[in-house]
Design a protein around this ligand. Structure first.
Ligand SMILES: O=P(O)(O)OC[C@H]1O[C@H](O)[C@H](O)[C@@H](O)[C@@H]1O
Length: 520
């Protein structure tokens, strides 16, 4: 069954939401709290180690009812079923979308189970030091060479779960800028380093160029046969892997039904597995599966990804708010925002609907942010007193992993203080208008008991599903990314001009002018 193809603006709920918005346009959430003493409870969801508070948002019970009606009218339930059942819902690439199948241990595809066993055996051999480098020394460093989905997820998780690291140094080379490769290679020892080349297609220009540079560097310092022990590949393309010179036994498979930006759960997460150990990796998968089950079975009124997605639709499509900030009060989550920027914006940054028509409503929200408290000292001025309205997710962790309680108390106090201050504001003092805080700024708090592998898995899955729900409502294909192709092909022409010192192939006058300056 393909995804339904319903124009959201044609639904009754959409029209009702437009009318409702006229009542809500000037709503003051402080008044809503005064009217309903139970608002904090009414607009929060508890699930496992998560407590999600959406009460500080511009919503009433009627808003919620209409948003859930919209979810029903666009057939969200059947869209979720189609995804979990492995229907080819990525129609523009003719593929199923089954990252959820990578973490479903009760119903696991044999090839997925086999892949996990291979990751387990491999990472355990590194940790128990039976896997050796070409001079017989154990491996103490892993370098992940990949970009986009083959980089952002692994780096985000390795950073988030550094407290669980088994004593392995992990580096990431993604950018084609030679600084990325050169600076990393300065820090590693070829005798004890493993290079994992991660590319779903194994044709990505940056990754292949970086991998060749690293291989040349490695062979210069060792010998050709040593490549066998030190180069590993993760890909759907064994032919290109073999052509690069990586052995079949050192190649970890992935599948076309796993999208790049949703692939950290597959062998793309091999660097994670090497860093934190297979058991922790599996626990993270199980945490994500827990969120999958919640998403697939909880009624929409108590469903965290659905609640957050519909809230975002409310702001994006009715209030006209264009961006969303995400502020994790957790230094461990300092790579979460770049990771989510790909997951969210590559998925929903589109304007053609599932009927092939240009949409006449807003889609893909812009996601940005940074960790608190750092962000408070950088851009919070604009959140508090700027003219833009920016719904903000605060991610707060109850218990720290580090045990420095004084630090954690200050951190949590700041997180709670900011969402309160954004809502409550502060009235003007006479003669000092610049000290006014208007307040009524919408925020959501996602409180997580502790940043464990399990809870991190659930958190990532939460945002994955939120993104999918929004794509369903906007009637678009969230799992392709045709928008990244044009720039790649233009770059080929310009690279040819650079290599051949021939500007005649350049069509655009501005490009030509810049090109001439570059050549100087
Ligand atoms: O894993 P790869 O095939 O090398 O792809 C790496 C990245 O390349 C592309 O630009 C896509 O837009 C991303 O979705 C993908 O994650």
């Amino acid at each position: 069954m393909p995804l339904p193809k319903i124009d959201p603006t044609s639904t009754k709920a959409w029209k009702a939401l437009q009318t409702h918005f006229n009542e809500m346009r000037e709503v003051d959430v402080r008044d809503l709290f005064a009217e309903n003493p139970a608002r904090a409870t009414d607009f929060s969801i508890s699930w496992n180690d998560f407590f999600v508070d959406i009460s500080k948002n511009r919503i009433t019970p009627k808003t919620r009812e209409l948003l859930l009606q919209l979810a029903d009218e666009v057939a969200l339930k059947s869209a979720i079923e189609a995804q979990f059942q492995g229907e080819k819902i990525n129609e523009t690439e003719d593929r199923a979308v089954l990252h959820t199948a990578l973490r479903d241990f009760s119903n696991m595809k044999p090839e997925v189970a086999e892949g996990l066993q291979k990751m387990k055996a491999f990472s355990e051999a590194i940790h128990n030091k039976t896997y050796k480098g070409y001079t017989g020394k154990p491996i103490d460093t892993v370098v992940n060479i990949g970009i986009g989905g083959s980089h952002l997820g692994p780096e985000m998780v390795c950073t988030a779960l550094q407290d669980y690291n088994k004593g392995i140094n992990v580096h990431f080379i993604s950018n084609i800028d030679g600084d990325a490769v050169a600076r990393t290679l300065q820090q590693v020892d070829p005798e004890t380093t493993l290079f994992i080349v991660v590319s779903k297609t194994f044709t990505t220009q940056e990754t292949l160029t970086n991998a060749h540079t690293v291989k040349d560097w490695f062979v210069d310092r060792t010998n050709k046969t040593a490549v066998a022990q030190h180069f590993i590949a993760v890909s759907t393309n064994p032919e290109e892997v073999a052509a690069f010179g990586i052995l079949a036994q050192n190649t970890f498979a992935m599948w076309d039904w796993v999208g790049g930006r949703f692939s950290l759960w597959s062998a793309v997460g091999l660097s994670i597995c090497c860093a934190i150990g297979y058991t922790n990796f599996e626990t993270m998968l199980k945490g994500a599966h827990g969120m999958d089950q919640h998403f697939a079975t909880a009624p929409f009124s108590e469903n965290i990804p659905v609640a957050l997605a519909m809230l975002s639709i409310w702001y994006n499509n009715f209030y006209g708010f264009e961006t969303e900030a995400i502020i994790p009060y957790s230094e461990a989550l300092n790579k979460l925002v770049p990771y989510l920027q790909q997951a969210v914006m590559e998925s929903n940054g589109k304007q053609i609907d599932r009927n092939g028509n240009l949409v006449d409503y807003q889609t893909g929200t812009i996601v940005w942010g940074a960790t608190g408290t750092n962000a408070q000292h950088a851009f919070f001025q604009l959140l508090h007193q700027g003219t833009k309205r920016i719904p903000t997710d605060f991610i707060c962790v109850s218990q720290s992993n580090h045990g420095l309680q004084e630090h954690h108390d200050i951190l949590v106090a700041n997180c709670l203080a900011q969402s309160e201050a954004l809502l409550e504001g502060k009235p003007a003092k006479s003669g000092e208008p610049y000290r006014t805080f208007k307040g009524n700024k919408p925020t959501t708090t996602i409180l997580i008991e502790k940043l464990t592998p399990k809870n991190l898995g659930s958190l990532i899955a939460l945002y994955e599903h939120k993104t999918f729900v929004q794509g369903v409502v906007w009637n678009m294909y969230s799992y392709d990314q045709w928008g990244v192709e044009l720039g790649k092909s233009v770059a080929k022409t310009i690279l040819q001009a650079i290599r051949e010192k021939d500007e005649s192939v350049l069509q655009n006058k501005s490009t030509r002018a810049i090109f001439k300056k570059v050549k100087k």
